[in-house]
Design a protein. Structure first.
Lengths: 511, 326
């Protein structure tokens, strides 16, 4: 990092300003891809962060034991194969041999053990990743290329979780010698691209790792630039200075701008993020399930998806998209039926003019519009809705977990694992953070039972059962599953628009 | 200040260093007080708005209270507020702002990266604005009531009414996308300065032009201008040497204060142009509840603003010796 140098450099810029050639030079050399990412995670250590924009970069620097590509199929990564033993309480991994880290350090069973000991030990305890891998009790090295993960209890999602984030394998010697603080800003992994430089809040540069075990990448360089402001990211794309804008950056309203540009294209695919309006099921008129059902039936969600979201989303029946494990195509949402809604409201003794408050994330432009449409639909059946936008952190920290919401409040989540459990447990299990009002022993039992089994079919059955139970109780007004929207220059070929925002760039080329 | 001048107008003039030192000391104590109050309020207020441990774990499926407690422990946010604030103050004495919650980078390093970017943009914007507003303001004053005056005043009104993010977006649309002459964002080359500096500069000029105009009008009515003209000096010399120098005091004060305000107000422009400065740093820190970074940025900003005000006072004294003694 050129920290001290930068001050001097910037000072020179002022002097140069007067004589500057006022021409913007495109940043791309041959074989270089420039990507706009909305956030700087601050550290490139896999165990320090949970930001999806860490993973967009991290997936190109690091590898996990398993790998999950854009098709969301779990395939071998640094492990060539694995077998479950002891009824799912032990997983034995056969490791790829001859793989080295970018610094030349060999990848082996000891590196795997180091990675998980670090994640589950003192260093990991300071960060957010540890909780995801808590099922792992210990790591046992069998020989140089064989390693066992010994589990406290079976974890059906563990193999997926090994494909990303905190489970990325890190180099033991490098970290021990250089220290954690150095590793944070000088990451070394086994992935297709090697770290070159990082300027906080500005960007990170990578170069091809010609010795990549999965085949050398076709690009020679990749630069990620951190651009938060959507209009700025799109302007850079239009000016030809970035080739790809990663989600979640491009708002739906800007999609036509990109589509209208002959040099650009929009790649839009279902992502993990789902929106719903959860009800206060404890007090007020929404404590009555008939009222909740009536409110759901009063709103034409298909029309909202079509008009406000311009088709960049799909309607949902439970809090998950169709890519999610646990999704049941047979589960249909309550139909749009204002007459039926009015009848149900009358039955529940709700008089016209009754009020509900809808709490939303204030910075969520789409939800601001959607909430207004919802309020208008509710008004049509005689329920007066007021919208209360909160600063997102206040809503998430103080309002929802403390049970201080209005009658309805926005839930917006998505897990990169694409497993219903990821959100369902935190939203429906008693005492969980996103479940301030509901206590249901049956639902608790279902949620707990699926966590202990690795039988895929049986687990899927239980997850579907949970989705049905939530829909039957009308705990939320299901809204939509948003698409992940990528803006891509047409000079970029073979770009894989990953649903989980982790496009691996090995096969990408540029004209 | 002007009151003080008139009060002590007849006192003998001592340009003594001890007077200046006493004056500086007084201002220094004021500065420390201001900074303690500002950082105290900011540190306290941001802690009311959310838990950084929750922010860090937002994407995680299930986080238990113990997990959160461990993270809070590691970040040091589970200690009582005054202990945390005390730690911040003692760190400050060692020029240590602590480490960012997001990735653990030392805050001093983030600020060292961002500060030159912000200062440079602010300086260039000020330079653009001064270069525009002094000739325009003088022109408006000399052509008082005439076409040039009217035009300049109307343009300044337009400039005042235009929101800076709108102007920034329009400039980007025209010069970066349609014409492709300038880069839309970032800070890799001198050409990157043009759009943000012009955006800021134009908006500052709108106010400054009016200020220069009114200061100039006042000065032009004074007797020494009449004398200067009577001496047969060229109009340029009269305006730029005699009149401008005499109305320099209010202008210096104003530009100085404006520079302080500019550092705070640059946030929006930094964001639109993705400028890697203090504004962007503060904005991200608020969004992530990154207390140490926000505290650090606010401390540095208030230090700068207080420092610039102090410099303005000193410059005052240099330009007008009467003030040194008051």
């Amino acid at each position: 990092m050129a920290l001290g140098v930068k001050g001097i450099k910037t000072a020179f810029m002022a002097a140069l300003l007067a004589g500057a050639a006022f021409a913007a030079t495109p940043a791309e050399a041959a074989g270089k891809l420039t990507i706009s990412s909305p956030q700087d995670p601050g550290s490139w250590d896999p165990i320090d962060t949970f930001l999806v924009n860490w993973a967009s970069v991290g997936t190109n620097i690091f590898d996990g034991l398993t790998y999950r590509g854009p098709d969301r199929k779990l395939v071998p990564g640094l492990a060539e194969s694995w077998t479950e033993m002891d009824g799912g309480k032990r997983i034995r991994f056969k490791l790829r041999s001859g793989v080295t880290f970018h610094n030349g350090e060999p990848f082996n069973a000891a590196a795997v053990k180091f990675t998980f000991d670090r994640l589950l030990g003192e260093e990991g305890a300071k960060g957010p990743q540890r909780s995801n891998y808590i099922a792992i009790e210990s790591v046992e090295v069998i020989d140089d290329t064989t390693v066992d993960l010994k589990l406290k209890a079976p974890d059906p999602v563990l193999l997926t979780k090994l494909a990303g984030y905190g489970a990325m394998i890190v180099p033991p010697k490098y970290i021990q010698e250089k220290g954690d603080a150095f590793f944070n800003v000088n990451p070394v992994g086994t992935g297709p691209f090697k770290f070159v430089s990082y300027a906080p809040k500005t960007g990170i540069k990578l170069e091809a790792n010609p010795n990549y075990w999965g085949g050398a990448p076709k690009l020679s360089e990749v630069e990620y630039r951190f651009i938060t402001e959507p209009a700025t990211a799109v302007a850079e794309l239009q000016a030809g200075r970035v080739d790809v804008v990663l989600p979640p950056t491009i708002p739906i309203g800007m999609v036509p701008v990109i589509q209208a540009d002959p040099k650009l294209t929009v790649l839009s695919i279902p992502g993990p993020t789902v929106d719903a309006l959860r009800f206060n099921t404890k007090s007020g008129i929404t404590a009555d399930p008939r009222v909740r059902k009536a409110l759901i039936m009063a709103v034409d969600r298909a029309a909202i998806v079509k008009s406000i979201l311009a088709g960049q989303a799909s309607e949902i029946a439970s809090f998950q998209g169709e890519l999610s494990f646990g999704y049941d195509p047979a589960l249909k949402p309550l139909p749009f039926d204002p007459k039926g809604a009015q009848a149900l409201l009358a039955q529940a003794g709700v008089k016209p003019g009754a009020t509900v408050q809808i709490d939303i994330r204030g910075n969520d432009a789409t939800m601001n519009e959607v909430a207004q449409a919802v309020a208008a639909y509710l008004g049509a059946v005689g329920v007066v809705a007021t919208i209360k936008p909160y600063e997102t952190n206040v809503l998430l920290n103080d309002i929802i977990p403390q049970g201080k919401t209005g009658a309805m409040f926005q839930q917006k989540w998505g897990g990169w694992t694409f497993d219903y459990d990821n959100t369902a447990y935190a939203m429906y299990h008693s005492g969980e953070k996103w479940n301030p009002y509901e206590q249901d022993a049956d639902l608790d039992k279902l949620l707990e039972s699926q966590r202990a089994i690795t039988d895929v079919a049986e687990r899927e059955r239980i997850l579907k059962q949970i989705a049905h139970a939530v829909a039957d109780k009308a705990l939320e007004m299901p809204l939509y599953n948003s698409n992940a929207i990528y803006g891509v220059a047409k000079r970029v070929k073979n770009f894989p628009p990953a649903s989980d925002n982790r496009p691996k760039l090995t096969e990408v080329t540029v004209d | 200040m002007p009151d003080a001048v008139s009060l002590h107008f007849f006192r003998p003039v001592f340009p003594g260093w001890h007077v200046l030192a006493g004056f500086l000391l007084k201002r220094l104590i004021q500065a420390v007080f201001v900074m303690v109050v500002v950082t105290l309020v900011v540190s306290f207020a941001i802690r009311l708005t959310g838990d950084p441990a929750l922010m860090l774990t937002q994407g995680a499926g299930s986080i238990t209270e113990q997990d959160l407690e461990r993270i809070r422990e590691a970040l040091g946010v589970n200690r009582p507020f005054l202990v945390q604030y005390g730690g911040f103050l003692t760190g400050l004495l060692r020029f240590d702002f602590g480490n960012s919650f997001l990735g653990g980078t030392p805050v001093s390093r983030l600020i060292a990266d961002a500060l030159p970017a912000t200062l440079l943009l602010a300086l260039v914007s000020m330079a653009v604005s001064i270069a525009l507003s002094i000739p325009l303001g003088i022109r408006a004053a000399t052509a008082r009531g005439g076409v040039a005056d009217q035009a300049i005043r109307i343009l300044s009104l337009v400039g005042l009414s235009v929101p800076n993010f709108w102007l920034a977006t329009m400039l980007v649309l025209l010069f970066a996308i349609t014409l492709g002459w300038l880069p839309p964002s970032g800070m890799e080359s001198p050409s990157n300065f043009v759009l943000p500096a012009v955006t800021m500069g134009v908006i500052l000029t709108a106010t400054n032009v009016r200020l220069v105009r009114s200061a100039m009008l006042e000065t032009l009515q004074s007797q020494y201008v009449m004398v200067a003209r009577a001496k047969g000096l060229s109009e340029g010399k009269v305006l730029y040497k005699h009149a401008l120098r005499n109305c320099a005091i209010p202008l210096i004060t104003y530009f100085g204060l404006q520079f302080g305000g500019l550092l705070g107000g640059i946030v929006v422009v930094e964001r639109v142009f993705n400028w890697p400065g203090l504004g962007t740093l503060a904005f991200d820190a608020v969004a992530a509840r990154d207390y140490p970074v926000l505290q650090g940025v606010i401390t540095v900003l208030s230090l700068l603003i207080v420092g610039v005000n102090l410099l303005v006072d000193i410059a005052y004294g240099l330009v007008d010796p009467r003030i040194r003694t008051s």
